[in-house]
Design a protein around this ligand. Structure first.
Ligand SMILES: C[S@@+](CC[C@H](N)C(=O)[O-])C[C@H]1O[C@@H](n2cnc3c(N)ncnc32)[C@H](O)[C@@H]1O
Length: 305
């Protein structure tokens, strides 16, 4: 960045910071200058603005009203940065025999956590299990600069919709996550364009070598603990993933879920204990970026595979 450009960006960030900390009227913010800057800078600038405003240490300690924050974020998301996610999804919660054609709250909750913690994904290869409509992964691809992102699911209809949703967001799809890099923009460690693939992956049948071929640094899953059978399948695949070492390290894993039935969640942690996977619950975040009603508690567990 040229020195004058960097001074302009610093001024813009300061202007947002000061106005937000003083809870000034939203119309007084320099939205026009932001729109102009976003044409060249993209999501990084938005992340910097989040750090200077809603994630500012002072705001974390003494947050402004939820209404003010929500209006601010809505305005920020509306800016033409390409950082919106467009989805085609079903209106029924179960259709074609699957729950994967709609976005569930845990997917939104995990996407919010990812947007607030982009470093967990930046320059990493992310494998998502049970991606469904793809909201979480698309948000991560747009906001967290992963090196590669593998969406996966077992259901053919879900996979078809998922591929459509990736393309709808102007992200190009590579044919196979396990083949060598073809796109020249993807072969550097710090490429800004993630290598995105959609894989058919069934937790019940996928083998350790097949999982290892994805070379995941991070594994994520949202709303995949909805019945005892899926819990057992999921723990099986997590156990196989724990044997996938990259640079002698197993992948980091994050599982987000809505607590509908405490016994099912209990089964998950018990089964993980049985196969030697330890876990910790991440602190809850209250900064909602997406409009959704929470009827039940939603949590994220970080797993030590
Ligand atoms: C409730 S949906 C959640 C979708 C998305 N993650 C979300 O939160 O919006 C559960 C997803 O897990 C997938 N799934 C269930 N069992 C699976 C299995 N054995 N292997 C792979 N995917 C599975 C389903 O196809 C479905 O897309």
């Amino acid at each position: 960045m040229a020195p004058e450009e960097s001074t302009e960006t610093t001024r813009l960030l300061q202007s947002f910071e000061r106005r937000f900390l003083a809870a000034r009227a939203l119309r007084s913010f320099p939205w026009q200058s932001l729109e102009e800057k976003l044409r060249d800078s993209g999501s990084e600038l938005l992340l910097d603005i989040l750090q200077k405003t809603v994630k500012h240490p002072l705001c974390t300690k003494h947050p402004p009203s939820v209404k003010y924050t929500r209006c601010f974020l809505s305005e920020l998301i509306r800016k033409p940065s390409g950082d919106s996610v467009t989805l085609s999804e079903s209106t029924a919660i179960i259709s074609h025999g699957t729950t994967g054609l709609v976005t569930w709250n845990a997917a939104l909750y995990l996407a919010e956590w990812a947007i607030e913690n982009p470093v967990a994904f930046t320059h990493r290869t992310v494998l998502e299990l049970g991606s469904g409509a793809g909201l979480t992964g698309l948000a991560i691809c747009k906001m967290c600069r992963p090196r590669a992102y593998v969406f996966s699911d077992c259901h053919s209809r879900v996979l078809e919709q998922l591929r459509g949703n990736v393309l709808l967001n102007h992200i190009s799809l590579e044919p196979d996550a396990t083949t060598p890099v073809e796109h020249p923009g993807h072969d550097t460690h710090h490429s800004e364009i993630p290598r995105v693939t959609v894989a058919q992956l069934d937790w019940d049948t996928v083998t350790t070598p097949q999982l290892a071929a994805f070379q995941p640094d991070v594994v994520i899953a949202a709303d995949v603990l909805y019945c005892p059978e899926t819990v057992l399948s999921l723990v099986g695949v997590l156990q196989r993933l724990s044997a996938c070492r990259k640079d002698e390290q197993a992948p980091a894993a994050y599982v987000a879920f809505t607590v509908r039935n405490p016994e099912t969640c209990q089964l998950f942690t018990t089964e993980m204990g049985r196969v030697g996977i330890s876990w910790e619950a991440l602190p809850r975040h209250d900064q909602k970026l997406f409009p959704y009603e929470e009827h039940s508690e939603t949590d994220i567990l970080k797993l030590m595979l």
